[in-house]
Design a protein around this ligand. Structure first.
Ligand SMILES: *[C@@H]1O[C@H](CO)[C@@H](O)[C@H](O)[C@H]1NC(C)=O
Ligand SMILES: *[C@@H]1O[C@H](CO)[C@@H](O)[C@H](O)[C@H]1NC(C)=O
Length: 247
């Protein structure tokens, strides 16, 4: 991991809901079946974690730390840091936005993933992940890495939309965040989250560098967004405006 850029890499988004229309009913809801804004304070907190670059754990040293810190710094410090963030922020959802593992350092990518996502899993907080350019550089393909992730405990990650078999990439999906339990918006998505795989590297020789989001993904995003807007604005108890989206 790269200690020097931790503050840049770890962003905490706190969404203050303007949808607090009534108090929560006090009913316990299962966050794994439905994400929703918190009835206590109207918030939905997302902890975004990028570029953990997890390798082999204790034996993988840190990058960009002071020379005197090298001998005592490893992937375990990343784990420790994420636990501290979780305890401090108590997120409703954790989103891992790529380079979760660093394939070149990961002898066993499955083991690296287990360790990388362990703080979310052991905290019993729903989580979602997309891939970076480094996740598949070990023994698993990009598809293999994403397939493993979707089978892990407490994740809401998906491989791809089931109705679009030929979409580019692995890890294109969306999640709906519903209104406060017991409010008028309890059955409606008031925040739409979109996860898109921007690939690893360009496969077009005349364009060097990283990959990008392809038209197949753009069409899926536009179609999904239109569908959600229609569902929630043209039904009984219609929402007056479309819900914000975050990609
Ligand atoms: C990494 O963790 C070890 C063990 O807790 C600690 O001694 C060390 O100071 C940490 N290093 C950094 C750079 O945070
Ligand atoms: C939400 O859906 C449930 C289950 O279908 C229903 O009982 C309830 O009345 C709905 N609430 C609102 C505000 O639409």
């Amino acid at each position: 991991m790269e200690i020097s850029s931790l503050t840049k890499l770890f962003l905490i988004f706190i969404f203050l809901s303007s949808f607090q229309l009534c108090k929560a009913s006090g009913e316990v809801i299962n966050p794994f079946t439905k994400l929703r804004f918190d009835g206590k304070n109207g918030e939905f907190r997302i902890l975004q974690v990028a570029d953990m670059h997890y390798g082999d754990g204790k034996t993988t040293p840190c990058k960009n730390v002071l020379p005197q810190q090298m001998s005592s710094c490893s992937d375990l410090n990343t784990t420790d840091f994420i636990f501290r963030l979780i305890n401090a922020e108590k997120p409703h959802l954790i989103v891992f936005t790529g380079d979760n593992i660093f394939g070149f350092d990961a002898t066993d990518p499955v083991k690296s993933m287990e360790a990388a996502f362990a703080p979310a899993i052991s905290s019993n907080i729903p989580w979602a992940a997309v891939l970076g350019n480094h996740d598949q550089q070990s023994t698993l393909s990009r598809e293999g890495v994403m397939k493993h992730i979707v089978g892990m405990k407490s994740t809401l990650s998906q491989l791809n939309p089931p109705d679009v078999p030929d979409i580019d990439g692995f890890g294109n999906y969306n999640l709906e965040v519903h209104g406060i339990e017991g409010s008028e918006l309890t059955n409606k998505s008031v925040l739409n989250l979109y996860f898109l795989d921007s690939g690893d590297y360009s496969t077009v020789p005349s364009i060097p560098g990283y990959g990008w989001i392809k038209p197949s993904q753009q069409f899926w995003f536009q179609r999904t967004s239109r569908k959600l807007k229609k569902t929630y604005m043209h039904t009984s108890n219609a929402m007056k405006a479309p819900a914000p989206g975050l990609a």
